[in-house]
Design a protein around this ligand. Structure first.
Ligand code: 13P
Length: 250
């Protein structure tokens, strides 16, 4: 019942021209994909251009961030409504790089999730523990707080527009993937949290993506786990061949 989603987070990579080229390649190769959602998240300056390339294709567009206000004196920021206007279907919030580099809090991330849903877009909420938190047995507490505080005020009905991405910080960009079992264990725990916060139907319907060094050679094992519903891919999403293989997981 949960349609798998493979999302590529391009982070701070690629010019407008390079972004459009990669998007065009993906559209050509993935034109007939129906049984899984494919999402790409280029940098802001490439969004409108890429939207043109992927129009009328199954490839969907996500922004990597937003600011939780509609309009106003917020120099340098971009609202969910404007991201929708250029063709985004999703907005990523709470990525660990923003939590760490820009000190984003669960409360601020929660405002973004809420603003995203209110603008009529899907929210991809990223959570995940650091290595230190895992090693000092704080992982479950950290995930619990990230879920509870990140989803504060989000109703059961609104959860239809939320996708969770579990990205253990120690696995991001390191080439070290969580084992299939480690990832499944965390995903099952997160689904249990959703059941506690909402109810069983919500927990069962919510997609939980895994992120952290997902590659062509490890995606199949991860996707075989019962609570892993997709992947949020960084480095391997920058190369058409690798990302397409990940989308075509078996
Ligand atoms: P990598 O796939 O490069 O580890 O990045 C994962 C990630 O942060 C996706 O959001």
């Amino acid at each position: 019942m949960r349609k798998p989603m493979i999302a590529g987070n391009w982070k701070l990579h690629k010019t407008l021209k390079e972004s459009c080229q990669l998007a065009t390649e993906l559209v050509q190769q993935l034109a007939t994909i129906e049984d899984r959602e494919v999402v790409i998240a280029p940098v802001f300056t490439s969004l409108a251009g890429v939207a043109g390339e992927i129009a009328n294709s199954p490839v969907q567009l996500a922004a990597q961030n937003c600011y939780p206000a509609e309009t106003g004196a917020f120099t340098g920021e971009v609202s969910p409504a404007l991201l929708k206007d250029v063709g985004c279907q999703y907005i990523i919030s709470g990525h660990s790089e923003r939590r760490q580099l820009l000190n984003e809090t669960n409360q601020f991330i929660n405002q973004k999730v809420s603003a995203t849903i209110n603008a009529g877009l899907g929210a991809i909420l990223c959570i995940g523990e650091t290595l230190q938190e895992r090693e000092t047995h704080q992982m479950l507490e950290v995930l619990t707080n990230q879920i509870k505080e990140g989803l504060a005020g989000i109703t059961a009905e609104q959860m239809a527009d939320v996708v969770i991405a579990y990205e253990p910080v120690w696995a991001i960009g390191t080439g070290v993937t969580a084992s299939d079992e480690q990832a499944q264990e965390a995903h099952a725990f997160i689904r249990g949290l959703l059941q506690g916060l909402y109810y069983q139907e919500v927990a069962e319907a919510t997609r939980i993506l895994y992120g952290g060094s997902v590659k062509p050679n490890n995606v199949d094992g991860l996707m075989a786990q019962s609570d892993i519903d997709g992947a949020l891919v960084g480095g391997a999403s920058l190369k058409a061949e690798d990302f397409i293989r990940i989308v075509r997981f078996e």
